[in-house]
Design a protein. Structure first.
Length: 361
């Protein structure tokens, strides 16, 4: 029987979001219905609402979520009703060239539920990133569910569904930060701070946090940064070089997504170092660099997609490390809110002191 639950819908470009009754079909083959317990508010949800991703309104927002599997469709074997799971937006196909080459984080054929969730009048909803978890229940592809230790709080587990995983993964997967490395993180919002946490976990000796906001720098220090640079008052490239014996950092992680910070990241790395781009630019942005510098600087320039994570490998591991006290994912939860507070949480994103507002059910 299709079920009716409450969910946060973005009805049209820049219109305020509304809590609406939505209809969840029974799971079809390969699908699962998940009772959502917590879902973080991410910039991408705001971008959907603003029409910045596509114009397939109405959207069912929310995608950083954890919950309990309620029911599964035919052929689902990896998860079962009652499992505590983190949702992910990259359920890889296992068949494409990237998957077959052992690089499934580049899979271009990711799975989502085939059936549509709808409004009461039958209007089909577009779930944000194929998830739509600002709702009491949601319908996803079973491959979007990863089982983890159920003793972790859902508002903490759900963080791995997007931004925090992107940042930690930028350090440990894409950047391959190693013991003793120097790391610079440019932009210390939720993603950058997660990169700090990942770098510390990986054994980086020096972690230099760069931001334009002193409050963000103070927070980055709490998360494990050893040095901070305010790039409004100091040249960050110079400062990073000074802090790394004149060489530049072994790994520079860009977590802003702007031309000037891409350029800083490019020049702040050691000649043999790695630049990891995790900040997402907008389509019109361009970067101009002297070709001789591009040629002359070795190392690697890499972008990081969702932290190049493999949910089935990385989610249980990071939850275990959190449970053991070796990383503190709880530090990313600034506040827990109700389903009706998403619009307020969007407004608070710009205030500067919020890493994550998380809707709890
Ligand atoms: N130099 C340094 N830091 C900057 C600059 C700049 N020129 N401009 C902005 N920042 C800082 C902000 O002060 C803030 O602390 O970058 C941080 C961005 O953080 P958030 O806005 O909280 O964004 P976050 O969720 O961390 O995501 C960062 O990663 O995955 C991507 O799409 C995401 O592009 C976004 C980026
Ligand atoms: Zn694939
Ligand atoms: Zn997100």
């Amino acid at each position: 029987m299709p079920q009716q639950v409450q969910g946060v819908v973005a009805p049209g470009k820049n219109e305020p979001v509304r809590v609406e009754t939505i209809v969840i079909p029974d799971p079809g083959p390969g699908e699962a219905v998940v009772k959502v317990q917590a879902c973080g508010v991410c910039h991408t949800d705001l971008h959907y609402k603003q029409g910045g991703i596509n114009d397939e309104f109405p959207f069912l927002l929310g995608h950083e979520a954890a919950g309990i599997v309620e029911s599964v469709g035919a052929g689902v074997t990896d998860v079962a009703p009652g499992d505590f799971v983190i949702l992910n937006w990259r359920a890889v196909c296992g068949q494409c060239r990237a998957c077959r080459r052992g690089r499934p984080w580049y899979c271009f054929n990711t799975h989502n539920a085939q059936q549509k969730m709808t409004l009461l009048d039958g209007t089909e909803l577009s779930p944000a990133l194929g998830i739509g978890a600002f709702a009491e229940k949601t319908l996803v592809h079973a491959g979007q569910c990863t089982k983890v230790d159920p003793s972790v709080a859902p508002e903490i587990a759900g963080l791995l569904g997007c931004g925090v995983m992107a940042g930690i993964g930028a350090a440990i997967n894409t950047g391959n930060v190693g013991r003793g490395d120097s790391v610079a993180v440019i932009g210390c919002g939720g993603v950058g701070d997660a990169a700090v946490v990942g770098s510390r976990l990986a054994g980086a000796a020096r972690i230099i946090a760069v931001d334009i906001d002193d409050r963000k720098l103070a927070k980055a220090k709490e998360m494990g940064a050893t040095h901070t640079v305010n790039s409004r008052t100091a040249d960050p490239v110079e400062a990073i070089r000074e802090l790394t014996g004149g060489f530049g950092a072994d790994v520079v992680i860009e977590a802003v997504g702007r031309p000037e910070t891409y350029e800083q990241a490019f020049y702040a790395r050691d000649l043999a170092g790695t630049v990891v781009l995790v900040g997402v630019p907008t389509p019109e942005m361009k970067l101009e660099l002297p070709l001789l510098d591009v040629f002359g600087r070795g190392g690697a320039l890499k972008s990081s997609w969702y932290g190049d994570c493999l949910p089935s490998r990385d989610f249980p591991m990071l939850i275990d490390l959190h449970q053991q006290g070796r990383i503190d994912l709880g530090a990313f939860v600034t506040e827990t809110i109700g389903l009706g507070d998403v619009e307020k949480a969007f407004a608070r994103m710009h205030e500067g002191d919020v890493l994550r507002s998380v809707v709890v059910f």
